[in-house]
Design a protein around this ligand. Structure first.
Ligand SMILES: O=C(O)c1ccccc1NCC(=O)[C@H](O)[C@H](O)COP(=O)(O)O
Length: 261
């Protein structure tokens, strides 16, 4: 079994347990459920930097990245740095994240927040809304076309933006549909962890112009962004490069200042 299959199998068990512990009616009572969401897609369309900065403590590919940062400080720092949005990993077992991280980020900034999760059930979209997310991620590699349609349409009914992530042509071809807002190309193969920006470059021409294009993973310098922009990318998801430092917000600030030059 590859790591993605393992994460997904564990996620099914976890979500079944969460559903039995917290009923949907309780999620819907969250004060955040009525909060008007902020569109990351619209922010990326008008930004000249397009940085989506991630809160990421550890990962299957890198083990520990940084366990010492406080999510409130990271969220405030990213907002001060001028990022377009923040991605918050909420998986506990493989990434050391939680829904509480999302809630704390929500309490600390007004940025559009992406719930970075392995979504396999509509229930997780209700959780995303209840804990303050504005955007959800759907990963084509773990979903059927019918599930992508069902989850993306449900997300839109909750006024959440949808970022659909692909890694190859087959995943892209099965996924294109009007209920998506952003098409993300993950430069990391989630089964082997190989990283190549060429993945974003080669798939870009196949992504219809109706979607904002986001390049994800393995971006560690300004040159990478400059090399992706001519391929139509308007969003750049960066985790480790900021989180591996003592001050993720400050690192993002310096990065954005250099990018603007
Ligand atoms: O990062 C991993 O090792 C990983 C492994 C398996 C599934 C997902 C994984 N990462 C999720 C992400 O998409 C990244 O956290 C995100 O794109 C940022 O990547 P990076 O800038 O390389 O930290």
């Amino acid at each position: 079994m590859n790591i993605l299959d393992k994460i997904t199998a564990d996620k099914r068990t976890e979500v079944a347990l969460r559903k039995s512990l917290i009923p949907i009616s309780q999620l819907e009572q969250s004060v955040l459920f009525e909060r008007p969401t902020v569109s990351l897609t619209e922010k990326l369309k008008t930004s000249n930097t397009g940085i989506i900065a991630e809160h990421k403590r550890r990962s299957p590919s890198k083990s520990v990245i940084n366990q010492n940062l406080n999510v409130n400080d990271v969220a405030k720092g990213y907002e001060d740095a001028g990022v377009c949005g923040m991605s918050v990993l909420t998986d506990g077992k493989y990434f050391g994240g939680s829904l509480d991280d999302l809630l704390l980020a929500r309490a600390s900034c007004n940025l559009p927040l992406l719930r970075k999760e392995f979504i396999i059930d509509e229930y997780q979209l209700l959780e995303a809304k209840a804990y303050g997310a504005d955007v959800i991620l759907l990963i084509a590699a773990i979903l059927t076309r019918d599930e992508i349609k069902q989850f993306s349409e449900f997300a839109k009914s909750l006024h959440l933006d949808v970022l659909l992530e692909v890694h190859n042509e087959e995943e892209l071809n099965k996924s294109i549909m009007p209920s998506l807002d952003m098409l993300g190309v993950n430069n990391r193969n989630l089964k082997t962890f190989d990283v190549s920006l060429d993945t974003s470059k080669s798939l870009s021409a196949l992504i219809p112009d109706d979607f904002v294009k986001v390049s994800e993973s393995g971006i560690s310098n300004i040159e990478a962004i400059k090399s992706l922009q001519p391929f139509g990318y308007q969003g750049f998801l960066i985790g480790e490069n900021f989180m591996k430092t003592d001050n993720a917000g400050e690192s993002a600030k310096i990065f954005i200042e250099q990018l603007k030059k």
